[in-house]
Design a protein. Structure first.
Length: 353
């Protein structure tokens, strides 16, 4: 597997989504003024959905792309062999890589996707050269607004702006690919979209929740089975008591459990659950006993589990130190941000809640 070669790279900033393969419900508030004003979802929702074996990317950039900034020898209306790195603002603030195209065709002006649509695209690539980063693995951080960093424009000609940043991001992308990340042609994000948060099959939804409860309960009751040296803490279900959490342990922990069929750390909190969640932010005694557990891929043989507590002003996973962001609604939608923050730029921002 050859690493990407620096020299022909642009960054494209888009709206944060999970799959980019069709309409998604309960998206975080957009970072783009036009979407906030109109309530539209954003045409980037199809950036990772192949049409006849090829992906077509919308970027919220209405001006003509300056192809000479990508290839100084460019004379036509398209340049080939470009690496297009897509970034988005995370639900809790900060910007990370959500996907990329390799060997892309970049056009100076827009064209329509094969399926039509009302919005022009400027970028395309083979589906086998398109990669979507799962929401819980979006740890390649691209800070914005500083010297040598992308600014407010949706398109950044990073090769000419900051070759050092270009090399760093491409090296991290190469490392991510070596973990087995598959192209869109193989991973089929549209199939993942079908396994969204609320399953249309009530029986399947119940199986997911029950599996998640068993997994979390086992983590506390038999910690040695999960590689933990913690003291066993037996639990009981309080799901039917409508307390705002699902499990209570003998030590006094109160644990809200969320199961996901897909391998993604996002979940919905009902108003009652959200009330308990927020109390942990303002009441130290509540914070000491409240946990939010999310089990991703709950029906898989090797589900992934994150357990969050409110510590030092942030929701932090006690198993990995990753952060949790959330967007306030009648309840709330929460989602893991990424790996532990390196700078304060990645702290959750109240303005985004």
């Amino acid at each position: 597997m050859a690493d990407l070669v620096p020299g022909r790279t642009i960054f494209a900033n888009v709206r944060w989504m999970e799959f980019y393969a069709g309409s998604e419900k309960d998206l975080p508030a957009p970072n783009f003024r036009f979407l906030r004003r109109t309530g539209l979802e954003g045409a980037e929702r199809f950036n990772m959905k192949p049409f006849n074996g090829r992906c077509f990317a919308y970027v919220p950039f209405n001006r003509t792309l300056k192809l000479a900034r990508i290839d100084p020898t460019a004379t036509g209306n398209v340049v080939e062999g470009v690496t297009v790195v897509m970034t988005a603002t995370m639900p809790g603030g900060g910007s990370s890589v959500v996907g990329w195209y390799e060997n892309a065709s970049v056009h100076s002006t827009g064209f329509r996707r094969p399926n039509g649509g009302e919005t022009d695209c400027k970028i395309s690539a083979e589906a086998s050269d398109a990669y979507l980063v799962p929401a819980d693995r979006r740890g390649i951080i691209v800070d914005r607004g500083g010297v040598g960093e992308p600014g407010t424009s949706a398109v950044t000609y990073i090769t000419s702006l900051n070759p050092t940043l270009e090399r760093r991001v491409l090296a991290e992308i190469a490392a991510l690919k070596r973990t087995g990340l598959r192209s869109v042609a193989e991973s089929e994000p549209s199939e993942g979209l079908k396994k969204r948060l609320y399953q249309t099959d009530p029986e399947l939804r119940m199986k997911v929740e029950q599996a998640a409860v068993r997994r979390v309960g086992s983590y506390y009751a038999t910690p040695s089975d999960h590689g933990s040296g913690a003291v066993p803490d037996p639990w009981r279900s309080v799901e039917r008591e409508n307390l705002g959490w699902d499990l209570a342990t003998e030590s006094g922990l109160r644990i809200e459990v969320k199961g996901r069929h897909a391998r993604s750390f996002t979940a919905e909190l009902t108003p009652n659950e959200y009330k308990a969640f927020l109390k942990a932010e303002t009441d130290p005694a509540a914070a000491a006993t409240y946990r939010l557990a999310i089990v991703a891929g709950a029906l898989d043989d090797d589900p992934d589990m994150a357990i969050f507590g409110f510590v030092d002003g942030a929701w932090t996973c006690e198993r990995s130190a990753r952060r949790l962001g959330y967007e306030e609604r009648p309840g709330a939608r929460v989602g893991m941000e990424s790996d532990p923050p390196a700078t304060t730029k990645r702290q959750r921002r109240r303005a985004d809640i």
